[in-house]
Design a protein around this ligand. Structure first.
Ligand code: ATP
Length: 281
């Protein structure tokens, strides 16, 4: 029985290893398939980041031929400003964020950072200056410490914990069964939407990017969590050029500029008290 059991036991171990490799590869492929859409020019150089000004100039974009998603979109985000994108579902808010991260190239017009066309610079260089806090954060099959360190692989354990403190998730992590060693992801402890978003914020704090793209969660959070997330986000975004797909009134009120999108066009633009935002969020 022992003779039979040992190979079976090995098989179990190997099976788990292979399975975990596949899950990790799957998440890699998700990222890679997204990235295949754009190619660097052979002579593309690095982005020379100076102050963080973002310009969209007559940007046109469609995912599939014949269905224009953004039409002649033009706006400027001044260095350090926060711009809130609002508008009905499907109006193109997230698409603007994806284009700035260069998941896709524009089909008309251009996007400039500090005066440089982002389609002419190396993707890696562009993305090294940009941090994204998505609505749904992917957690890898690893412990929570490594999941946060993903923001900057070279960060020390202490820096990881400092980022977790700033993102207001440190105490929550300490309450997990194995603290920072707790396994999360598909096979580990499941985190709530608010907790996952705070992991994303902690990653972003570690990365310390010059430009921040934020897709605010649509899901309702309890008011204390909401308040904590807003506070940690405010810390990350202070003095950084920020584009936020905004669903929360508090975010919209605080923004330096609001862009109201309708059917892929900017219908209105200004500050909260100057806009008639009824029925747009
Ligand atoms: P929401 O508030 O619901 O997130 P949104 O304003 O962010 O909406 P986008 O996600 O930018 O809207 O989508 C704009 C349009 O583009 C929608 O009609 C959507 O169906 C379409 N779209 C989005 N992603 C893709 C894709 N990968 N392929 C094809 N069409 C897409």
């Amino acid at each position: 029985i022992i003779q039979l059991y040992t190979p079976l036991n090995w098989f179990g171990t190997y099976y788990r290893m292979i399975q975990s490799a596949f899950v990790d590869m799957e998440s890699m492929f998700d990222l890679l398939t997204e990235e295949k859409e754009v190619k660097d020019d052979v002579n593309a150089g690095d982005l020379l980041f100076t102050e963080g000004r973002v310009d969209f100039q007559n940007v046109c974009f469609s995912y599939t031929a014949g269905k224009e998603i953004l039409s002649e979109v033009s706006f400027t985000v001044m260095p350090g400003q926060t711009v809130a994108l609002v508008g009905p579902s499907g109006s193109g808010k997230s698409t603007i964020i994806r284009l700035l991260f260069r998941f896709y190239d524009v089909q008309g017009g251009c996007i400039l950072i500090d005066g440089q066309d982002i389609s002419k610079v190396k993707q890696n260089s562009l993305r090294s200056y940009i941090g994204v806090v998505p609505q749904d954060t992917v957690l890898f099959n690893d412990n929570i410490r490594e999941n946060i360190r993903y923001g900057r692989i070279s960060a020390s354990d202490q820096e990881v914990e400092e980022a977790a403190v700033a993102a207001d998730i440190h105490h929550k992590i300490l309450s997990f069964p194995d603290g920072y060693d707790t396994e999360v992801g598909e096979r580990g402890l499941k985190l709530s939407g608010g907790e996952k978003q705070r992991v994303a914020i902690a990653r972003t704090i570690l990365k310390s990017p010059r430009i921040i793209l934020l897709d605010e969660a649509t899901s309702a959070l309890d008011s204390q969590t909401e308040c904590n997330i807003q506070a940690s986000l405010a810390k990350v975004c202070a003095n950084h050029t920020t584009l936020v797909v905004a669903h929360r009134l508090s975010t919209i009120i605080k923004a330096d500029q609001i862009l109201v999108l309708h059917d892929g066009r900017i219908a209105e633009q200004g500050r909260y008290f100057h806009l008639d935002l009824i029925n747009t969020t």
